[in-house]
Design a binder for this molecule. Structure first.
Ligand code: ADP
Ligand code: MG
Length: 689
């Protein structure tokens, strides 16, 4: 019996998909025929680009058309291992193909037969060779595909089984609803969505493939932006407490600060105060490089909020940071009788209960905490301002939860989101399209420039000597552990522990040190941090968990292993942990790779100290994917993952505007429906309008 397939049909109805494959597809997030069509290859093997064997470089992938000269009999090596070699040639040269544990293949490789061969060439003892190449017989009249798709796999699925499942349903891509009218498509040079999907799975040539990618990416970004602007406009329609300057004594707040605000800080404060005075909720992103003084700006907003008779809260991504913020706010706000309390999951239960009671009855003005704040148990008396630090650790979902939490009498809290990830302005307008942006593009005066050095792994002895001297002179150092491929937290921990062991038992023996990794309990982490802050330990070895916000002025050295594996912006973040005191600070980037590209990227770090410039360079080198990553963290996922050119981001500007103004045209119904779906996926309950 055959079933009439639709996009909603569960994939187990596809021919060839049994129980085991069904489970594997589910693991890949594929439940329906529609999901499968949207499961685009992660890359393509360009097997149609045939090169002469003679010109194949060492270590590179290549495709060849060859004739078999001779094939050895399979040889037993040891255990279950057997292998054979086949010598093949084209017009220019011969090379060896080496096969392991596929003795049956030897029979197919008979002298004189022709194959298309694809694989990584290496220069072996007998000249060029390929281990475990992919083979396709060359047969008169049968055309081999130029590109062969490579899908993400989950066993027992193979490239072949996925490709054949896709082939079974590819004709259904005609049912995928079109996002853009004919008019829009021709204006922006897009093909139809159905056609684009088909090409993604079965591309003929580079030109049509890039057109297909462009079409799908264009659609995804347009949907994304529509969703964001929908969130923004729906927020603007809600009401919020009006927080005015009158009788707030804000002047005293500024006078009592231990420093004069920078021009940028003053500008941001002004923008925020203007928002807070309006009867609609603020939704603002405060973006500033590490050390640009975002906390003082947030404190000013919190001050104003409390002086207007409302509560405020500040969320941090980690307990360490929450504790640090609590201290800073106390310093700035307690002189005015403003009561701030810490609320983190590490607190004793009785203490948590006490703080929650105080927040519910209104005797506590400001709560500083982690996401524990937004768990169901916390009620505020009248929270009118929610500040979230380090935006990229928070998703839209969490923010929505925070807002819902603070809603009272039909009013929503104003929201200020702080981010230390400098994102090029062009991009932040798009990625944070649901937020207004204030920029702190100026550092407080008297900051030390952090000297950045790039070294290779073989220079480590010199690095250790330098650190010994620094510690002797009163400095402290951070070590960021080498990255490991599988970032499973358990292996992460093991790598951190062995790196720590090597440093403390060998290279830097005798210097008190501590280890920080993601699997430690918050209390343990806080203890290690406290010891580092007090100077009881001088070296802090950690995975990237220390990335954000930590402030230890005595720390003067930051060593980052495998620096080439990080994004520039992330390196910049890490680097910002030092250079917070009076002493000269140094960041040492250990380049574990010999490639010129890695050296180039790290040189940018050496030569640039401005976070926004670093971000621009990162954008240029790596494309916007990383910045989207900031925002994505599992919630915004684009199926056409390689949003590879920035121009596409700006290009969608016009069409999004137009769509918003032509919202009611029937031809736009599909794309608005997609934007709704997008919001549902990201947890927003609001409608796009
Ligand atoms: P970030 O933007 O990274 O969160 P912080 O708010 O932690 O930065 O500020 C970094 C340091 O700079 C803090 O020690 C803070 O007291 C100090 N600071 C902030 N603003 C100024 C200013 N205008 N002048 C001098 N120091 C300042
Ligand atoms: Mg900060």
């Amino acid at each position: 019996m055959s079933v009439e397939l639709t996009l909603e049909t569960p994939i187990r109805y596809i021919k060839g998909v049994g129980e085991a494959r069904h489970a594997a597809f589910t693991r890949l997030g594929i439940e329906t025929v529609g999901d499968l069509l949207n499961f685009y290859p992660r890359s393509y093997e360009e097997r149609g680009k045939i090169i002469p064997i003679l010109s194949a470089p060492d270590g590179e992938l290549g495709a060849f058309e060859v004739t078999v000269r001779e094939t050895s009999a399979p040889k037993h090596l040891k255990g279950n291992l057997n292998m054979f070699r086949s010598t093949v040639h084209d017009d220019t040269l011969a090379m060896d193909l080496i096969f392991f544990n596929t003795p049956f293949m030897a029979k197919a490789l008979t002298p004189g037969r022709r194959f298309r061969v694809y694989g990584r060439v290496r220069f072996g003892r007998n000249g060029r060779e390929i281990v475990s190449p992919k083979l396709e017989p060359i047969i008169e009249g049968v055309e081999l595909p130029y590109y062969v798709p490579v899908y993400r796999l989950s066993p027992p699925l193979t490239q072949k089984t996925i490709a054949s499942a896709v082939r079974e349903v590819i004709s259904l891509c005609e049912l995928v609803p079109e996002l853009f009218s004919e008019r829009v498509r021709s204006e922006y040079g897009l093909i139809s969505r159905a056609q684009a999907i088909k090409i993604m799975h079965f591309p003929k040539d580079e030109k049509s493939l890039s057109l297909a990618k462009r079409t799908l990416a264009f659609g995804e970004i347009a949907v994304f932006r529509l969703a964001l602007s929908g969130m923004r406009s729906s927020v603007k329609k809600e009401s919020a407490a009006e927080l005015g300057l009158k009788n707030s004594g804000i002047k005293h707040f500024f006078e009592q600060l231990p420093f004069e605000l920078t021009g940028a800080q003053q500008r941001a404060v002004k923008e925020i105060f203007a928002d807070l005075a309006r009867p609609t909720p603020m939704a603002r992103l405060l973006q500033g490089d590490v050390g640009s003084g975002k906390t003082a700006v947030a404190a000013a907003a919190i001050y104003l909020c409390v002086k207007n008779g409302y509560q405020a809260c500040l969320m941090a991504p980690t307990e360490i940071l929450a504790a640090q913020h609590k201290k800073t706010l106390d310093k700035f706000l307690s002189p005015f009788g403003i009561k701030t309390e810490l609320l983190v999951s590490g607190l004793p239960a009785a203490e948590k209960r006490r703080v929650r009671a105080g927040l519910a009855e209104g005797s506590i003005d400001v709560a500083v905490g982690t996401h524990a704040l937004i768990t169901d148990k916390t009620e505020f008396f009248n929270c009118a301002l929610a500040v979230a630090d380090e935006q990229h650790r928070f998703g839209v979902k969490q923010r929505a939860a925070l807002l819902d939490k603070s809603e009272r009498d039909g009013k929503r809290a104003h929201m200020l989101v702080m981010s230390a990830t400098p994102i090029p302005r062009s991009l932040s307008l798009i990625i944070f399209g649901d937020l207004d942006v204030s920029l702190l593009d100026e550092l407080p005066p008297g900051r030390q420039r952090i000297e950045t050095r790039v070294v290779s792994s073989s220079d480590c002895e010199r690095v250790y000597d330098f650190i010994k001297k620094e510690v002797a002179a009163g400095g402290r150092a951070y070590f960021v552990c080498p990255l490991i491929e599988e970032s499973e937290s358990t292996t992460d921990r093991r790598a951190a522990e062995s790196y720590y062991k090597e440093l403390t038992e060998k290279h830097l023996k005798g210097i008190p040190a501590g280890l920080l990794h993601g699997r430690m309990k918050p209390a343990e982490k806080a203890e290690v941090m406290a010891k580092f802050a007090s100077g009881e330990i001088k070296l802090l070895v950690s995975t990237t968990v220390i990335e954000v916000g930590v402030d230890v002025p005595e720390a003067t050295v930051m060593v980052i292993e495998n620096a080439e594996c990080f994004g520039l912006s992330q390196l910049h973040q890490l680097r910002g942990r030092v250079g917070r005191g009076k002493r000269r600070s140094v960041c040492i980037l250990v380049n574990g790779k010999k490639s010129a590209d890695a050296a180039d990227r790290l040189a940018i770090m050496r030569d640039t100290s401005d976070g926004f410039k670093v971000a621009e360079a990162d954008l240029e080198k790596r494309g916007p994917g990383d910045f989207f990553g900031e925002r994505q963290s599992g919630e915004f996922s684009f199926a056409c993952a390689t949003v590879s050119d920035v121009s596409l981001l700006t290009e969608t500007e016009g069409i999004v505007k137009r769509l918003l103004s032509e919202r009611n045209l029937p031809e736009n119904a599909v794309i608005f429906a997609e934007a709704e779906k997008f919001l549902e996926r990201t947890g927003g309950s609001r409608t796009v309008n």
